[in-house]
Design a protein around this ligand. Structure first.
Ligand SMILES: Cc1ncc(COP(=O)(O)O)c(C=O)c1O
Length: 426
């Protein structure tokens, strides 16, 4: 025993940064659902945000052509020129703003784009201001970058409580630091909130007044069912180039139902920022997948996002009707691919709810916990805790075939009825 203790004491330890990183709850529910499926159970998967469409044929055809043309070598770190030009033209058409190809950086998915944006905008110890309910990878990225999160509260409709902002800036200063960047994600994963123009303006003005950057995660910009997507690019691009502060990050995963291709892009505020992002890409990706970029260049040249949005509209509506009929008080999502549903009246917390729903009805959803983790600042070693708001919600994705969505929601409603009527009702 003594000798093994001796050996253990010489075993290298895993870094505290790695140990402190919370795992994504989406992966956890993914694994639980997979385990059931491997036992032959038919699980309705409403857990993953992966739209069920096929890749547009011209996207696939352009990839095949690129392969045949021998575009299989290292790509420039900022992306192939054809794609950067196509993305700049796409942004110009879509938002009515100027955008040069030199301001576009291609990413290995929006995930990498966001990591690069954090590296560009924040030093270790700086604060990133972010919503209290958020896509879980943000908190992991914050941990990876050594950045401190500060959270803006969300109201009943998951819109930012703007009155909080001055107090948050003062608190960052009191902590001897500053808010280096303000993160916004509209439409939001998981809440589906779409920030109106006035809210985007308020967050943007706050950032300008405090010398902060804005990081705008627009992964779901093509899925707005009510209202309109308003990008802070539309404010920022009115400013002189050297006063611009917005980095906008986009994703082919959601826009083209291409989660497996790992393609995203960032619109950098200035050519100088773009040049830095290009350097940051080097350690993060090594290089980007070359033939796939030609596919994306062909895809963005065709403005057909409305077709995919309209194909989902009926499912978004169906989910609304079934949840509302069951009396589930969910803030109505205006965009995105998800419903973030308040399940508190069952008396269960979200993790219990998701576990039991999976085991009893074979419907997979994600517990809200991981969408609202906050660090124990007083004692960082204790890691993160989920807020009460997060623990009252589960997330479900409606971008699945309609019959499956209906089946999954029927299971959820039956489960809910049982839970609210007492356990005996089955
Ligand atoms: C809000 C949000 N941002 C970014 C991403 C990352 O997308 P990608 O697959 O392009 O890395 C996701 C993926 O789920 C997301 O939900």
């Amino acid at each position: 025993v003594e000798s093994s203790i001796l050996i253990l004491s010489h075993t290298p330890g895993i870094s505290s940064r790695a140990l402190d990183m919370p795992g994504s709850p989406i992966r956890r529910s993914f694994m639980a659902a997979r385990a059931l499926q491997e036992r032959g159970v038919d699980v309705v998967r409403l857990d993953i945000g992966d739209p069920d469409f096929a890749l547009p044929p011209h996207f696939a055809a352009a990839i095949e052509q690129a392969l045949r043309d021998g575009h299989t070598h290292y790509s420039p770190m900022a992306g192939v020129p054809e794609l950067r030009a196509a993305l700049a033209a796409h942004v110009q058409r879509r938002y009515g703003v100027d955008c040069a190809a030199g301001e576009v950086i291609v990413n290995q998915g929006a995930t990498e784009g966001l990591n690069a944006a954090l590296t560009l905008t924040c030093d270790p110890g700086d604060f990133l201001l972010m919503p209290e309910i958020y896509w879980p990878n943000y908190i992991q990225q914050v941990a990876l970058a050594g950045v401190r999160p500060a959270f803006y509260r969300l109201d009943r409709n998951f819109q930012p409580v703007l009155d909080d902002l001055p107090g948050l800036a003062a608190a960052a200063e009191e902590a001897g630091s500053r808010i280096a960047a303000v993160l916004m994600n509209s439409p939001s994963n998981p809440t589906g909130a779409v920030f109106p123009r006035a809210t985007v303006e308020a967050l943007y003005d706050f950032a300008r007044d405090h010398g902060s950057w804005v990081v705008s995660d627009e992964a779901y910009c093509d899925y707005v069912f009510e209202g309109e997507h308003f990008s802070p690019l539309m404010l920022d691009r009115r400013q002189p180039v050297d006063e611009r502060i917005v980095l906008a990050v986009f994703s082919a995963s959601k826009s083209y139902a291409a989660t497996g291709l790992r393609l995203g892009w960032t619109i950098a505020p200035t050519p100088a920022a773009a040049a830095r992002l290009q350097i940051i890409n080097e350690p993060l990706t090594g290089s980007l997948t070359t033939p796939l970029q030609y596919g994306l260049a062909a895809a963005v040249a065709v403005e057909d996002a409305h077709e995919r949005r309209d194909a989902l509209r009926g499912r978004w509506q169906l989910a609304h009707e079934m949840l509302a009929a069951a009396g589930l008080e969910s803030a109505h999502p205006q965009g995105g691919l998800f419903y973030f549903v308040d399940i508190s009246r069952t008396g269960l917390d979200a993790e219990q709810f998701a576990d039991e729903l999976l085991q009893q009805e074979h419907v997979a959803v994600v517990a809200g916990d991981g969408f609202g983790l906050q660090p124990h600042f007083e004692n960082a070693r204790e890691g993160f805790y989920p807020t009460d708001l997060a623990r009252r919600h589960i997330r479900l994705c409606f971008a699945v075939p309609e019959a499956r969505l209906r089946q999954g929601l029927e299971g959820l409603v039956a489960f809910l009825r049982r839970k609210t009527a007492g356990e005996g009702g089955r």
